[in-house]
Design a protein around this ligand. Structure first.
Ligand SMILES: C[S@@+](CC[C@H](N)C(=O)[O-])C[C@H]1O[C@@H](n2cnc3c(N)ncnc32)[C@H](O)[C@@H]1O
Length: 240
């Protein structure tokens, strides 16, 4: 299932437009891959608990589905360079952890946790993955980055390639509200990125970083379960 993570209430404090994990669905394999890069002071060395089936990257990869004119908006040619400044979280401030608490709704999966105090309204890291314009129906890691005036929707899919940001869970069933939000930014070289900021309160050492994926993400997931269940039971759906 694809997601479109919403940055809801907490985004308001930054006076910024909400971003979303995508609710649309994908169908194509990966094509072109950019070479892995070292970023300023950070390597592409996998962090602890990184899954074997996901490639750890420090810079976005551009999929063949991204048209040239959109690439030029996302990463203006004059400023395009392999020496980008990805905001990789300082390795000592966040960590991927296995969720062993049975009351956590993502029990058995992983989450992203603070290993030290993070002040309010602090840029923590970029959401890195494959930048694409095709549908990703099976991805739970597909974030909406940009919609062009000619209505082309650009996503960042971290299902198969990504960084630590892909492990941030939704706050529902965990805490009363999210403590981090999405906000787009341009790197020093002009590349459009979706980044993750702390909210209006301090994140304490040991706290899990929690977003809001948005109601539409949960609604799409619930609808999918309903349709799947009806189809397993061989019952008619609203569209059948
Ligand atoms: C972007 S991933 C988050 C990282 C994921 N936990 C992992 O280990 O790869 C989104 C997936 O995490 C799980 N998840 C995140 N927040 C959740 C929540 N509040 N309740 C239930 N499942 C959640 C769901 O399985 C969802 O499809």
């Amino acid at each position: 299932m694809a997601i479109r993570l919403l940055a809801p209430a907490l985004t308001a404090f930054l006076s910024l437009p909400p971003s979303q994990l995508r609710v649309n669905r994908a169908r194509s394999p990966f094509h072109r891959q950019l070479p892995l890069q070292m970023t300023r002071g950070h390597s592409t060395k996998r962090p602890p608990h990184w899954p074997d089936n996901v490639r750890y990257i420090a810079e976005p990869q551009y999929h063949a589905s991204v048209p040239k004119h959109i690439r030029e908006i996302l990463r203006p040619r004059s400023q395009s360079t392999h020496h980008q400044t990805t905001l990789q979280a300082p390795k000592h401030s966040i960590t991927i952890q296995h969720i062993s608490d049975p009351s956590h709704p993502a029990h058995g999966q992983y989450g992203l946790f603070a290993t030290k105090k993070i002040p309010p309204r602090t840029l923590i890291l970029d959401y890195i993955g494959e930048v694409h314009c095709d549908d990703r129906p099976t991805s739970d890691y597909d974030l909406s980055l940009y919609r062009s005036p000619d209505n082309i929707s650009v996503g960042v899919d971290a299902q198969s390639v990504g960084n630590e940001a892909r492990f941030i869970n939704d706050y529902r069933g965990v805490k009363a509200k999210p403590n981090v939000v999405f906000q787009e930014r341009r790197t020093d070289h002009g590349e459009l990125r979706m980044s993750i900021w702390s909210g209006s309160e301090v994140i304490r050492k040991g706290d899990e970083l929690l977003l809001s994926y948005g109601k539409s993400w949960w609604r799409a997931r619930r609808d999918e379960i309903t349709v799947d269940t009806l189809s397993e039971l061989n019952l008619p759906t609203a569209s059948s």
